[in-house]
Design a protein around this ligand. Structure first.
Ligand code: PLP
Length: 392
């Protein structure tokens, strides 16, 4: 794995992952920060209380445990600051609420993570924001979608479940040219800041479901939102106004996962490529959707902007209905049937694209999404064989 092109730190990424966010000397030399569980923080006297002149004031505003994680994430995202929220979905809703104004127009990628879309279509629409979806294939024509009141743009790359790439730098640049105050946000969960740093490509707010690779063990729900200098204060003020915070235990587990994220990702990526190449040669498969493959339609953009690919992809079983493909899923013994991803264990699901307007996803068969875990590739391939055998 090569280091992120845009990072300017001379240390390698795994060295930085091992040490970021916490200085053992701050806590008597213990390698890890303590898990601080806190509401009340005591002040030594009235004057300190009046002047708010100590580092910690109250549990909702952060603790040494949450700060260790947030600081590490800011370092990797190249951000002015990071807020922590209770889930990846909250990492979409909280920044959007922090920047939303009634009467605004908002441009949203049509192939966005479905629950994020649902938030836009319900709560946000009810607050008087006009939502307009756009295709991941948009290029220069993005300029014609921008209006004087377009206040927010929400992106994700590659797209959830169908893995189309979009031109992130072009969209961010165009949005800011048309309206310098437009806030460009991107869900960067698939790539992690190791493979793509949105802020270096003109995005204002980078969103991460920390539930996924940073935590990595299917036992934590957490989200992170990292902002550039211009947007950090409003993001942080919005979080405090909404009263959203996370507990020390979740932050601790995520920080613990982060230490091994680089080596895990390397392994996830390596196994994923083996599975993809095997599936590409299978006569029941019409397509594998993964931008790291040279013949993927998004490969050129991925290669230009990203420096790695993670372990989530889809493939299409040709000429089979969803009902028929139920037998494929039922035959799997190693791949679990379950939502979420980026843990150590492999998973399979059958996504739908029903809520989309123009990015309809493959239509020549049924799409299966695979989360590639840390198991041995040969065993995962044998498991997929079992699935195909059940279909034959
Ligand atoms: C899983 C996921 C989320 C939401 O994360 P949760 O912690 O499960 O709420 C957001 N965005 C993307 C792209 C995801 O895959």
């Amino acid at each position: 794995m090569k280091d992120n092109k845009s990072g300017d730190d001379p240390l390698g990424i795994n060295t930085r992952l091992a040490h970021a966010g916490h200085n053992p000397r701050d806590f008597h030399g213990f390698v890890n920060p303590p898990v601080v569980r806190a509401s009340t923080v005591l002040f030594p006297d009235y004057e300190t209380m009046r002047d708010r002149s100590q580092r910690y004031l109250y549990g909702t505003r952060g603790t040494p445990t949450t700060d260790a994680l947030a600081d590490a994430l800011s370092e990797f995202e190249g951000a002015a600051g990071t807020i922590l929220v209770p889930s990846g979905l909250a990492a979409i809703s909280i920044p959007v609420l922090a920047f939303a104004k009634a009467g605004q127009h908002m441009l949203v990628l049509d192939s966005l993570y479905s629950p994020s879309r649902h938030f836009c279509d319900t709560i946000l629409a009810n607050y008087g924001i006009e939502i307009e979806y756009f295709s991941p294939s948009v290029r220069e024509d993005f300029a014609s979608l921008m209006r004087p009141n377009t206040g927010m743009v929400l992106l994700e790359a590659p797209a959830s479940n169908s893995f189309e790439m979009c031109d992130v730098p072009l969209i961010a640049r165009t949005a800011h040219e048309k309206n310098p105050n437009c806030v460009v946000m991107m869900d960067n969960t698939w790539a992690t800041p190791l493979f793509f740093r949105p802020l270096d490509h003109g995005v204002d707010i980078s969103i991460h479901a920390l539930t996924k690779y940073p935590s990595g063990h299917s036992d934590v729900l957490l989200g992170g939102v990292s902002a550039n200098e211009k947007h950090w204060k409003q993001l942080r003020d919005g979080q405090l106004a909404l009263g959203v915070c996370v507990d020390g235990d979740s932050a601790y587990l995520c920080l613990r996962g982060l230490r091994s994220m680089g080596v895990r990702l390397q392994r996830h990526a390596q196994t994923t490529l083996q599975l993809c190449e095997w599936l590409q040669g299978h006569d029941m498969v019409s397509r594998v959707l993964y931008p790291a493959l040279p013949d993927d339609p998004g490969h050129a953009l991925w290669k230009r902007d990203f420096c790695g690919a993670s372990g989530l992809f889809s493939f299409v079983i040709k000429d089979k209905s969803r009902e028929e493909c139920g037998a494929f899923l039922n035959a799997l013994r190693i791949h679990g049937l379950g939502y979420s991803w980026a843990g150590y264990e492999s998973l399979a699901v059958m996504p739908t694209f029903e809520d989309r307007i123009m990015a309809h996803g493959p239509n020549e068969g049924t799409t299966i999404r695979i989360q590639v875990g840390l198991e041995d590739a040969k065993d995962l391939i044998a498991d997929l064989e079992r699935g195909f055998a059940a279909l034959a």
